[in-house]
Design a protein around this ligand. Structure first.
Ligand code: PLP
Length: 385
């Protein structure tokens, strides 16, 4: 079905931060398949882990013990707020699971009317009907109505509006720490602390959609960890498998109290190949100095982008984001610069608010950042002249 309008690029191989097309042309990949290939392309320990797993068992159902699941769950819960995890195959499934946990939590406590979730304008939570209804983006919902009931949305950053939106039926607040598709919009820190306070006062669950921000992308395993607050539920996916489809929904024991045998399921979720990939990714991301390096490379890239903004003030209006999840806001249509950069061998991703996203693999080095900024500089200079 023509649901995408792909470019004419057809990549055949990849190595580290580079992709190669059929003609052998080299592209510096600052898109990572939209924040997915967290360890770049063809990362040796990841390839090895998947090859080993492929020589064992490809699939058994969750009716049996699946190799690697407990190990991955232990690594995840051992390094964040959570006590328990459900494995999925995608971001939307992880958020869908989050929504179900919220509803079941209050239903289990006999608050049958407490099911509504407040989301933030500009959010993107996925393309299933529930996650579309949560995101409330008109362009995504068009023609797919009626919307699923149970979601209220408030403007970005206005705590009074958020307060006013809470009623007896409100069960949770769902936030992306940095809106990705929305255009690299960071939630202000004081807003987050005020939201945390509101959830405590009103007996609401605090939920983060870390599908894009999670798994080291912003310099900590999960972006919310930089605020030092404890959420109740977090959905993640994208970078978790380094390119293998896998997601996870993490929760506290208390938030997930309604999730009992039979309440949720997935044929493929937690598949042995997915677990092997995700274990290899998490082992690398949690290895000594890896996340420090992400922070340093992020600062380096941001510094260079800010210099470009100074050089082209009429063209670049803002540089934003954190770690290796950065955005550059342009005055002219962002799709134009993204295509020109592609022609010049640099892959980036457009986002909302006329922002170009830079999402390099987390293994990016200084020389590659300098090369990317050189391509950006040359391309912008020709674009503006
Ligand atoms: N949530 C966020 C924050 C995302 O960025 C995305 C995808 O871009 C999703 C959910 C949906 O993930 P998927 O496309 O894997 O279903």
């Amino acid at each position: 079905m023509p649901t995408y309008s792909p470019s004419n690029l057809h990549f055949e191989t990849g190595e580290g931060a580079y992709l190669f097309d059929k003609a052998g042309k080299k592209y510096l990949d600052f898109s990572s398949g939209i924040a997915v290939t967290s360890l770049g392309h063809n990362y040796p320990s990841l390839v090895e882990a998947l090859k080993l797993a492929a020589n064992k068992v490809w699939h058994v159902s969750n009716l049996h013990v699946i190799g690697g699941q407990k190990e991955l769950a232990d690594k995840l819960v051992g390094n964040c707020f959570a006590d328990t995890v459900f494995f999925t195959n995608s971001g939307a499934e992880s958020v869908e699971c989050l929504i179900k946990i919220v509803r079941k939590h209050f239903n289990h406590k006999k608050y049958h009317n407490k099911y509504r979730i407040i989301t933030i304008e500009g959010a993107f939570h996925g393309r299933t009907l529930a996650t579309l209804s949560a995101g409330k983006q008109k362009k995504h919902l068009d023609g797919f109505g009626p919307e699923l009931d149970g979601f209220d949305q408030v403007s970005f950053g206005d705590i009074d509006l958020l307060k006013a939106a809470i009623n007896d039926q409100t069960a949770a607040i769902l936030i992306e720490p940095i809106q990705g598709e929305g255009g690299i919009r960071e939630m202000p820190e004081d807003y987050i602390y005020q939201i945390k306070e509101l959830t405590e006062k009103n007996d609401l669950l605090l939920c983060f959609d870390e599908v894009q921000t999670g798994i080291g992308r912003t310099g900590s395993l999960f972006a919310h960890q930089a605020w030092n607050i404890k959420p109740d539920i977090v959905a993640t996916a994208k970078g978790l498998g380094g390119g293998f489809p896998v997601g996870a929904c993490l929760a506290t024991e208390s938030a997930a109290s309604g999730m009992i045998p039979g309440s949720h399921g997935s044929t493929f979720g937690g598949n042995p190949l997915a677990m092997a990939s995700a274990n290899a990714v998490i082992d690398t991301i949690l290895s000594k100095n890896f996340l420090n390096e992400v922070i340093q490379m992020g600062e380096n890239l941001k510094f260079n982008l800010v210099n470009l903004k100074k050089k082209y003030p009429e063209c670049i209006t803002e540089v934003r984001g954190k770690g290796l999840m950065l955005g550059v806001k342009f005055n002219s249509p962002v799709s134009e610069i993204v295509s020109l950069l592609q022609e010049n061998g640099l892959l980036t991703v457009p986002a909302g608010d006329n922002v170009m996203r830079l999402l390099p693999p987390l293994i990016i080095n200084e020389a590659e950042i300098i090369q990317a900024c050189k391509i950006l500089d040359e391309t912008i200079s020709r674009w503006v002249s």
